[in-house]
Design a binder for this molecule. Sequence first.
Ligand code: HEC
Length: 129
Amino acid sequence: MIDVIRLMLALFFALFMALPVTAPARAGGDAAGGEARFKDCAACHKLEPGINNVGPSLHAIFTRKAGELADFRYSPAMKRSGIVWTAETLDKFLSDPQGMVPGNRMPYAGMASADDRANLITYLQNATK
Ligand code: HEC
C-alpha cells in the first residue's frame, strides 16, 4: 500500500515537473520569434546608438519621443505626431504606419499579425536597451 502511494506521488511529481515544458508560458511576446520578425525592419533600422540608415536608429526607442533624434531628417508628420514610443504606441504604428501618422516617410505597409507584432516588440524591448 505504501508503495502504491509512493508511486502515485512520484507520478504526480513527474507530471507537475513536465508541465512547464509541455505548456510554455506566453507572457507577452516571444523574443526569439520577434528576432526573426525584425528582418522586416533591419534593412532600414539599426539597433546601435547613433547609426542612422534609411530609417533612424531604434536604440532606446522605448524612452523616446517620435522624431527626436537630432541627426536624422524626419518627415514633418513624424516630428509633429506627438507620439511617445511605448509597447502600445509602437504596436499601433506597426499595424498601420500611414493610418497612425499620415504623411510619414517610413516605406513600410505594416505588420498585419498581432502575434508577430507582440513578438517583435518583446524582442525590441530587450535589443534596443
Ligand atoms: C524601407 C525602410 C524602412 C523599413 C523597412 C522600416 N522602417 Fe521604420 N522608419 C523608416 C523611416 C524612413 C522612418 C522615418 C519616418 C519619418 O520621418 O516620417 C522610420 C521611422 C520609424 C520609427 C520612428 C522612430 C523615431 O525616432 O521616432 C519607428 C519606431 C520605426 N520606424 C520602427 C520600425 C520597425 C519596428 C520596422 C519593422 C517592422 C520598420 N520601422 C521598418 C524606414 C523604415
